[in-house]
Write a protein that binds this ligand. Structure first.
Ligand SMILES: [Zn+2]
Length: 245
């Protein structure tokens, strides 16, 4: 639920379908942004219940602990695990989140359909970001959730790689997360209700993928991203070096 973080301004919002998705996809990037003083809000579309290993409510506590480890805040939106769809209500909920917290950057996961919730969150966030910038919602019946909020246009929408799907052979950019990798793993390990029993090997799988992405860009661990729009820099010297140029 949106509680104490209801109206705070955040530099970055990272939106996942379920608690632990954002950690798996970009936990190292979140920790890195938080370390440099950026305010980061993690938003899950649902509480992730029922959880495969664990009783109801445990995953919520673990999610808060995981966000704390990364240096981020967290909110949970009221959608139902396994039944997430790109509906008008879901788009408006994301638009409200963006208009309330006014981030410069929004991240979500890019799912192509192994898990229907992961496919839905991509479309919901793309559409919610668009809705957030539109004026005059008060003239639209059914958009009352946006009452009292002002249009907000973000600077960038980035997608991380859904970890249930085959690794990307190429991407738009990667973040070197070698220095914050321990914190990513610590955040994921907070989810004892998720990563135990037959699911415990998932952490190893994520690590292998981050090593693979790192190997493509010449660092130990990297998280890969694609951009909604072509990337623009005012200064081409912002790029890190690459071994073969
Ligand atoms: Zn998920």
């Amino acid at each position: 639920m949106e509680t104490d973080v209801n109206r705070r301004i955040y530099d970055v919002i990272a939106i996942g379908a379920h608690p632990d998705d954002v950690e798996a996809v970009m936990g190292g990037t979140v920790a890195k942004l938080a370390e440099k003083g950026r305010t980061v809000l993690l938003a899950d579309l649902c509480d992730g219940e029922p959880t495969r290993h664990g009783v109801a409510g445990e995953r919520g506590e673990q999610a808060l602990r995981a966000a704390g480890i990364l240096g981020a805040d967290r909110v949970t939106l009221p959608f139902q695990d396994r039944m997430i769809e790109d509906t008008i209500a879901a788009r408006i909920a994301i638009a409200r989140l963006i208009r309330s917290h006014k981030p410069r950057m929004v991240f979500t996961t890019l799912g192509s359909g192994v898990h229907p919730d992961h496919k839905a969150v991509t479309d919901i966030v793309i559409n919610g970001v668009f809705y957030a910038r539109l004026p005059k919602w008060e003239a639209i019946p059914g958009a009352e959730l946006l009452d009292g909020t002002q249009p907000h246009e973000i600077q960038r929408l980035f997608f991380g790689h859904c970890r249930m799907e085959p690794a990307w052979p190429s991407f738009d950019f990667a973040v070197d997360v070698t220095a914050t990798y321990d914190r990513k793993l610590a955040a994921l390990r907070a989810y004892e209700a998720v990563f135990s029993g037959d699911q415990a090997q998932l952490l190893d799988k994520y690590t292998v993928e981050d090593r693979y992405a790192g190997s493509l860009v010449g660092v130990r661990y990297a998280e890969a991203f694609k951009a909604r729009s072509p990337l623009l820099v005012g200064d081409p010297e912002v790029f890190a070096g690459s071994r073969f140029g």
